[in-house]
Design a protein around this ligand. Structure first.
Ligand code: GDP
Length: 422
């Protein structure tokens, strides 16, 4: 298997956790390349449900090395508590052995969280729907070149001077905004303590991965969020602050862009959490029914997800920008008893139609829908494509036809074995 990159095709929550868990069974390294602990991957294991926020999903497999790449922003306090929780669940998490952290990954501070929540409150009705965990401000500080990196936590003198620089920049306006200023002493002490705990895991992960790649190891790059939340290619400004599409997999790991297989994960319908345009959204009772049938509530925040029809325009766009020629279709089981509609084009406000995702006014397009016959059967025990009801097969084939992407894997339930390979 070449290096494989798994990306969410729309706005996240496509079931990447389950697919990565499934693929990780044949993988040596599982690598996160972007985002922070705003992500939430849900795995359903024989011991029950497990939600991972920062630690890569391969941690549940004893043979994989899990890497938090340099493109991730890390809240060290959160990471320590996530590791503690995983150990309490009986998982063998060993820093420096099966969990490696990039020394180049940027650090989220408590101050970033305050700044995030303050900025979101100021946006009023134009709010983005951030999880308020400080991820955006940590990335902003990275761009402004005042950020702290995990490696700084192991270098007290550097850490102190970096924190002083950051405090000098931020504290004046923190105070003006009525926010508590950064207390360099207290924050420094907390970070050094976290650094002491994480020390065995903080390494040059780019070098580790390049060596692994050269040695023919199997590497799985795990995208967080989804392509349409990509800072540059997504539905700006309602996007996340990192490169959630495949582009981020290279800058976020230090791996070169060759020999990459990209697998896009899409639900059999569309969901979006938070604000932002969503052309196929169902604002009626059908949307509520879909939310309940699919248990569409955020695994990190519990927020209800907005639900709608499968959007082949948006999926084709994400396939093009991410290089995913292949889709894993999840949650097909959820559509039992629902009408099946696919969006195949958008009508623009000027009356013309397009099959391209517009950069502006996506909230004003009208989805052009086709309807297909539905199915009433329970799919969760089906393991062969030919055993799916004919209408479910036709639905999958129609998605392939309208997206131009092949679907070789269909997920029909949250559990590991609830998968159909074609
Ligand atoms: P991720 O962030 O992309 O991993 O997605 P989430 O974990 O937030 O959401 C996916 C949810 O769908 C989780 O609760 C999964 O257990 C569940 N799930 C994954 N695949 C399927 C499927 O094929 N059918 C059903 N019914 N649930 C699924």
């Amino acid at each position: 298997m070449p290096t494989t990159c798994v990306v969410g095709i729309l706005w996240g929550d496509e079931g990447k956790g389950k697919v990565i868990d499934y693929l990780a069974a044949d993988t040596d390294y599982v690598v996160r390349f972007g985002g922070g602990h705003n992500a939430g991957h849900t795995l359903v294991l024989s011991s029950g449900k497990l939600v991972l926020h920062l630690v890569p999903s391969g941690i549940v497999h004893s043979h994989t090395t899990n890497v938090i790449g340099n493109g991730v922003v890390v809240d060290p306090i959160h990471l320590c508590s996530e590791i503690d929780k995983l150990r309490l669940r009986g998982l063998d998490v060993q820093l420096g052995k099966n969990l490696l952290l990039s020394e180049r990954a940027h650090v989220i501070l408590e101050a970033h969280r305050r700044q995030d929540q303050w900025a979101e409150a100021l946006r009023g009705s134009g709010k983005i729907g951030t999880t308020g965990r400080g991820i955006g401000p940590a990335y902003s500080d990275r761009c402004s070149r005042v950020g702290l990196r995990l490696g700084d936590l192991l270098r007290p003198a550097r850490l102190r001077s970096a924190l002083e620089g950051l405090a000098a920049q931020k504290n004046a306006w923190f105070v003006a905004a009525g926010l508590a200023p950064i207390d360099v002493e207290a924050v420094g002490a907390e970070l050094i303590a976290a650094g002491d705990r994480l020390r065995p895991g903080i390494v040059d992960t780019g070098a580790v991965l390049r060596r692994a790649h050269a040695a023919g190891k199997r590497i799985l790059l795990e995208g967080a969020q989804g392509c349409l939340l990509d800072l540059e290619q997504g539905t700006y400004p309602f996007v996340t602050s990192s490169h959630a599409s495949t582009g981020g997999a290279f800058s976020g790991t230090g791996l070169p862009p060759h020999l990459l297989r990209v697998v896009g994960i899409a639900k059999a319908y569309a969901t979006r959490v938070g604000e932002g345009p969503f052309p196929t959204e169902l604002k009626d009772d059908l949307g509520n029914r879909l939310r309940i049938a699919g248990n569409e509530f955020g695994s990190t925040t519990g927020r209800p997800r907005r639900c709608g029809w499968f959007d082949t325009v948006a999926v084709r766009y994400s396939g093009a920008i991410s290089g995913a020629g292949e889709l894993v279709l999840t949650n097909l089981d959820v559509l039992r008893g629902f009408p099946l509609k696919l969006c195949i084009a958008y009508k623009l406000p000027d009356g013309t139609t397009t099959t391209e995702l517009p950069a502006f006014d996506l909230d004003l397009v009208q989805p052009q829908l086709i309807e297909l016959p539905g199915f009433d059967d329970d799919l969760r025990q089906v393991r062969r494509f030919e055993d799916l009801p004919k209408n479910a097969q036709a639905y999958v084939q129609a998605i392939e036809q309208h997206t131009g992407m092949s679907i070789r894997t269909v997920s029909v339930g949250p559990e590991r074995q609830q998968v159909i390979l074609r």
